[in-house]
Design a protein around this ligand. Structure first.
Ligand SMILES: Nc1nc2c(ncn2[C@@H]2O[C@H](COP(=O)(O)OP(=O)(O)OP(=O)(O)O)[C@@H](O)[C@H]2O)c(=O)[nH]1
Ligand SMILES: [Mg+2]
Length: 416
């Protein structure tokens, strides 16, 4: 097993609970990446100054490295190339920050071609601005293996750019195929429902329970890296339900870009199910909801959101009531469920049904013919048929989205 020393951030100005979330999160991320955490060190923010790691702290760190021999030192805050170089020089140990750690997790989770490409793109995007600085440092002082970049030449940055271009165009091709499929599904009358939420909230578990599928779900961060879609019947209407990658605080824009195609599933949805782990305390819930809303903010227009308070089997009823009622606009259309026990699914489905693009109900009748029969078959495909009578005329009473209704009316008029 790999081992690591963590260097956390302690900000005396921020409220304690927010601090705690960050401290725990780094440990969770490190464990998710497969590190044994040997020791946690705290770095304190000086008033009116950025996080500063004094010489004394770095020496303390170097001492720890001698004793504990970790594989890596992991910093919560982003580090400049110069900082990474200086600290690793003194400590004689590889240094990474939170985002490199997330990339490591993504790299181990990525199993399909598409997710591997996305991870590679994110890694290159992170590396590009650092490449030049690293090269100039390396030139001064030949250090093979430093950040895994030893021995690279000036063309390194250009090489990164070329690889990014290639990956982008390959992802675009995959994307186009998916988009065509999605447009096709939309035109077939399916509405799209997407699961979104902070990592580990229980999206995949809920997805599985709703569609009775076995998508991997684990008590780990970032278990899901690719969207998975299945059809689901909601009170008589077929919708397509999609499971997506989880959000996390400070998700940098380059990483969001790389995972754009995954997030598109959310942005194109008719209804978003925003899943919340309700077993966490109110401050954590509030903070994670904020992260989710901020990540989705720009792209979500006219999309209905259902806030799904999941894992209610883990808490008392009064705790749930307090949490559901204190979040206001951060938690629109709240529904309480347990993905584990299935509690609340009926209410959830009713809520989804209410928010789906409206269908209308109509009765049509037209003379029986071969053409008429093919129209009937098409209506069965696209809508929900309540009643049908076959005779010299066919009378059909059905529900569908307005586009389908309008087309059916004009087809019926042609026949009559
Ligand atoms: N007790 C309880 N545990 C749950 C419930 N729903 C999910 N979990 C657990 O929460 C953990 C995370 O679940 P996932 O479904 O993998 O979470 P996710 O949101 O898909 O996570 P990522 O894919 O990493 O973003 C797993 O250990 C689940 O068993 C629930 O209703 N009750
Ligand atoms: Mg998942």
């Amino acid at each position: 097993m790999k081992s690591a020393i963590l260097v956390k951030r302690n900000d005396p100005r921020s409220e304690d609970e927010k601090n705690m979330l960050q401290l725990n999160e780094l440990r969770e991320l490190a464990e998710a990446a497969g590190y044994e955490v040997m020791c946690e060190l705290t770095q304190t923010r000086h008033p009116d100054r950025k996080f500063h790691l004094g010489r004394g702290k770095v020496d303390e760190l170097a001492q720890m490295v001698v004793h504990l021999k970790p594989d890596k030192i992991i910093f919560h805050n982003p580090l400049s190339t110069m900082q990474i170089y200086n600290i690793s020089e003194i400590c004689r140990c590889e240094i990474i920050d939170k985002f490199q750690l997330i990339l490591e997790i993504f790299a181990t989770r990525a199993t399909t071609h598409r997710s591997k490409l996305q991870v590679e793109l994110a890694r290159l995007q992170y590396e590009l601005p650092r490449a030049r600085a690293v090269i100039s440092i390396l030139k001064k002082d030949e250090r093979p293996g430093f950040m895994g970049l030893g021995g690279y030449e000036d063309s390194y940055a250009q090489d990164i750019k070329n690889r990014m271009t290639r990956i982008r165009s390959e992802l675009e091709t995959i994307q186009k195929d998916n988009e065509a499929l999605r447009i096709h599904r939309h035109s077939k009358g399916f509405s799209l429902v997407a699961l979104a939420g902070y990592t580990n909230a229980g999206k995949s578990t809920l997805f599985n329970a709703l569609v009775d599928e076995n998508v991997e779900s684990k008590d780990m961060l970032f278990t899901t890296l690719l969207p998975t879609t299945r059809s689901l019947n909601v009170e008589g209407r077929d919708v397509l339900l999609t499971d997506t990658v989880g959000f996390i605080e400070d998700l940098p824009h380059w990483m969001v870009d790389a995972f754009r195609s995954t997030l598109d599933e959310i942005f194109l949805a008719d209804v978003v199910l925003l899943v919340v782990d309700s077993s966490e305390d109110l401050e954590n819930i509030r903070k994670k909801l904020l992260v989710c809303h901020e990540t989705m903010w720009d792209q979500l227009q006219d999309v209905a959101i259902v806030t799904v308070f999941n894992k209610i089997d883990l808490i008392e009823e009064d705790e749930l009531t307090e949490r559901m009622s204190s979040l206001g606009y951060l938690a629109p259309n709240p529904v309480a469920v347990s993905a584990k026990s299935g509690f609340g699914f009926d209410e959830l489905k009713a809520q989804i049904h209410d928010l789906l693009p409206k269908w209308e109900r109509i009765s049509l009748s037209f003379p029986m013919s071969e053409k008429a029969m093919s129209i009937v078959a098409w209506i069965f495909d696209e809508g929900l048929v309540h009643n049908i009578k076959y005779g010299k005329d066919i009378s059909i009473d059905f529900e569908a989205r307005d586009k389908i209704i309008n087309k059916a009316i004009s087809l019926a008029a042609e026949l009559s």
